[in-house]
Design a protein around this ligand. Sequence first.
Ligand SMILES: [Zn+2]
Length: 282
Amino acid sequence: MSKRFPPIPEFVEPYPDESCYSILCRCAVRAPMSTSRFCREMFTKQRFLSYYLWQPFHAEEMNRWFDDTPERIQKYLLKHSCVSYRYPFLSKICQEDFEDWSAGEELSAGTYQRLTLKLGCRAWKKRSLYYCPECVRVDRRNYGETYWHMIPQLPGVFVCPVHGVPLEQSSLTQKASSWMDLYPADYWLSDTEARKETISYDELRLATDSKWMMENGWNTEIKMHSLLEGLTTWQFEQAEAQTRRFTSQRNAKNETIYHILLANIKGKSIADFMIQHEIMEN
Ligand SMILES: [Zn+2]
């Protein structure tokens, strides 16, 4: 009797703010096969952790994983990758490419590459995965396990916007040496106490705004003109210099954090800015 090729491993139910990397880690340990076998089953190409930490993957792969169901693909992309955070600052062409892609369309290799470069986070300066000790404790209590959250991985975010405590840097680096480095947070992280440090208002607002962008960016039409109105050259330079501390992206203006910082310099959170602006528009 010939050996049957195993079906694609089942997807686990994602947790709130869980990164696509974390979902894959949890699938891998539950799948009745070795991690190397799991990776061969799941990916059409071999990749490093830093590459697929945020990667929304090829449509070809997603179509297999989600049984060609655009709703599931879109949910996965919008809720568990950084697409929502990045989307408002993509060019119109990239936004359209993204929409085709999330509908499960296969893009040409060049278009896919351009889009993943824009959506990837390789320019972000965090070199390891970050976590909040309080979130770890709460996750273990609520779900019986913890997982890699998305918000702690964002540039400039060094406090947990939910618990207001400093984030910790894990020893899991994004420059992992193997393409099979799927390490669930629950295996990697032990229970630790949150550091008792004073958090500045600016740090917390940046974290809270980044969380807001992650949750709402996709639905937001940011009116760039209004955001930029009335700012002085010195204020633009200030936002640019701060952005460069957190990302090596050549053009700071392409980074979401740059726009959050501009709103903050205007004395508003990006959420306040958007809400106020939407009221004015209507
Ligand atoms: Zn937390």
